[in-house]
Design a protein around this ligand. Sequence first.
Ligand SMILES: Cc1cc2nc3c(=O)[nH]c(=O)nc-3n(C[C@H](O)[C@H](O)[C@H](O)COP(=O)(O)OP(=O)(O)OC[C@H]3O[C@@H](n4cnc5c(N)ncnc54)[C@H](O)[C@@H]3O)c2cc1C
Length: 385
Amino acid sequence: MDFGLSEEQTMIISVARQLADDFEEEEKRLEEEGLEQSDSLKKKLAQLNFTGMTLSSEYGGQGYGNLEAVLVLEQLARKCPSLAGIFHETNFGPVRQIDFWGSDYLKGKYIPPVCNGDTLISIGMTEPEAGSALTDLKTKAELRGDYYILNGQKRFVSAVGVSDSYMVFVRLTEERGARGIGTIIVDKDTTGFKFGRRERMMGHNTMAQRDLIFEDAFVPKGNLVLEAGGFAKAMLCFDVERVGNGTISLGIGQGALESSIEYSQQRYQFGKPICEFQAVQFMLADMTMMVEAARLLLYKAASNSGKGFPSRLESSVAKCYSNEMAKKVTDLALELFGGYGYSKDYPIEILLRDSRGWAIAAGTPQMQRIGIASDLLKRRFDQRR
Ligand SMILES: Cc1cc2nc3c(=O)[nH]c(=O)nc-3n(C[C@H](O)[C@H](O)[C@H](O)COP(=O)(O)OP(=O)(O)OC[C@H]3O[C@@H](n4cnc5c(N)ncnc54)[C@H](O)[C@@H]3O)c2cc1C
């Protein structure tokens, strides 16, 4: 592995960094007013060719590898949760499943609007009774003529207010577990499809969560992405999603570290800047070690996977470590800021709140550890027995 970055990669980083700096105030406004992402953010990302930078160039994407997308996302996530969320969905999210496995029809229909910044696609996997035990999901899709009829409910789906389409994990046959599961795209104006109330979460305010409710929803059969039994293929795409998720945690940790370095030099107590106290220096050193370690794991998973699927082991190790890192680093940062860390007028508390959400989304750290152990021991541990 060589992490010596090319001139182009360095330039991509500086454009992303500048973008995050330019939009910091707009992001604060969205957060304060409890607004979900604005179209202007999607359009800004599209102007810079950041929406869909990992998607196939024949459908309007830029054809970049996972590493370039990680480099951008890390910069955005330092201070701009909405830009990071949109970038994540359009480069690591369910649209990658369409790019990897979708029919030409689906690619032609759904990828260009994502790249143009016109739309987002969210992912609907979780159900009230199927969270970590995802293969217990019950949402059914029954083929009737030219349509699948969907019935069921998805929980905690992100960005529902702003996405136009949903990659929904459904049960297509009576077979138990993963075997009967496939995926289908549902557009927001589909008959028999509605959203639940906006969840009142502790963070993630600009990518709010809602239920998806299907009551005899009619979905054209051409919208099927993966047939029953395609769950393993969907999980390969999820290895990509894990890298994106872990990268947002990396950006959150880096953001907290940068703010802490700055604050520790500005804040005076006992007549000197607090960075002159060794206890504060050690906090900064600990934060740096954790952020650097997470960065290396993520760059490794992204760089080894090129434009394809990261290994489950590398993506799980990177996501799990980076999620845990962001929780610890934002906690240290809050302590370093003292009372101001607890204040909404300073940048730390939102990073801390969001770090918790990203650690749960896309599989909890415990579930990552189960996958890691399984790969290490080369055995599958059935959690139901
Ligand atoms: C901010 C946020 C955004 C989200 N976005 C989406 C989205 O866009 N789309 C979507 O489909 N879902 C989304 N989710 C849902 C998320 O994927 C689930 O919350 C997550 O998978 C955990 O499921 P659960 O909440 O049902 O918890 P549970 O599965 O009930 O887990 C509860 C606890 O039990 C532990 N646990 C469960 N099983 C085991 C086991 N076998 N061994 C050890 N520990 C275990 C878990 O680790 C956890 O600590 C989001 C969640 C959040 C918080």
